[in-house]
Design a protein around this ligand. Sequence first.
Ligand SMILES: Cc1ncc(COP(=O)(O)O)c(C=O)c1O
Length: 423
Amino acid sequence: MTPGADEAIARDAGDPLAAFAAEFHHPYDDAGRKRVYLCGHSLGLQSQSVASYVEQELEDWQRLGVIGHHEASRPWISYHEQAAAPLAALVGAQEIEVVAMNSLTVNLHLMMVSFFRPDAARNRVLIEKSAFPSDRYAIVSQLAFHGLNAREHLVEIEPREGERVLRTEDIVERIDTQGDRLALVLLPGVQYLTGQSLDLAPLIAAGRRAGAVVGLDLAHAIGNTLLHLHEWNADFAVWCSYKYLNAGPGAVGGCFVHERHARRSDLPRFAGWWGHDPATRFRMGPDFSPIVGADGWQISNPPILSTAPLLASLEIFQRAGMRRLREKSIALTGFLHRLIDALLPGRVEVITPRAPDERGCQLSLRIARPPAAAKRCHELLSAAGVVGDWRDPDVLRLAPAPLYNSFHDVFAAVDALSQAVEA
Ligand SMILES: Cc1ncc(COP(=O)(O)O)c(C=O)c1O
């Protein structure tokens, strides 16, 4: 047997979370073979329970019409509130600090409207040079909205010459140097391309020490790594729910606003009726009275049909428990790294840091070949039924998700990858 196969079988047999995989729909290829799905960093799999959550809403709408706002089995009027406790648990927050709403970039804009308040002296934004493009577009457009520009007001951090990932001390030093010119620091929880998990506590502390607002993009971190947003004192965070949260394509995202901002009436915000105090919302008065906490940043009433899969997913996270998931994830991705070392020595560079607290589920690989041949490897891997993804010019991303992937999936993926590299 190929090295690693026995270990995979033994570890699956001892995995206390193994049964969760059967709660998900796994994709199949045209020949009816189950695919090895290692793409939860892009779009998580659908749980079996999603259909019943969505059907319940369709049924309630059929049966009740408008009365469903109050009498649906999960009343629509307060529907989003059901996501608060499980989301708070996932990001390490109080319930009033989180809200499920909109999508990530929309939430980022809403947060910047309130928290990016540049003045003549403090008007710069610090991000990473290879930030997800949508974040950069959002920031540059907000700079322009304030009459500022990327050339003078965007501070971009990147890894040291010859290195692939960021160093905490370099980011802290840059924040310290920028000091009172920094209005906003926006950092990822897990970097989308390299899979690096940033050490957020000291980075948030440095940003706040400089007097800047600190915001986080948790697209690749929520449902993946352990987060303590309240304790870490981040000002705001935004996320999407279609990756590790498995809430479906374009699912409703979310937002964290630290409790210290919960009652601030001095903050400008783009208001809408769903952010208004529900006790007086239907008096339809002219003056906006925001809900205390993150709920007060809502604008419109939530899309019930696309929030239903999120509730289905959060129920699974509550049962599995984020700590246990993270424990399995560390083992699963560690196994992936070890197998790559063993089966592909010198053929593949793993860009993602090896230390468990510097990564989440994902490993980003560079195949040591010319780019065209490396991309061909990805195509062969796909043809062999392994679903990862490719980011130009040369990065292959694979992410075993502890809810639905097994150690055997990891073994099968590396086995297929070594055959693809040989070919
Ligand atoms: C790191 C990161 N930020 C932002 C986004 C944009 O998300 P949305 O389309 O929900 O605005 C994505 C999408 O994949 C992402 O990976």
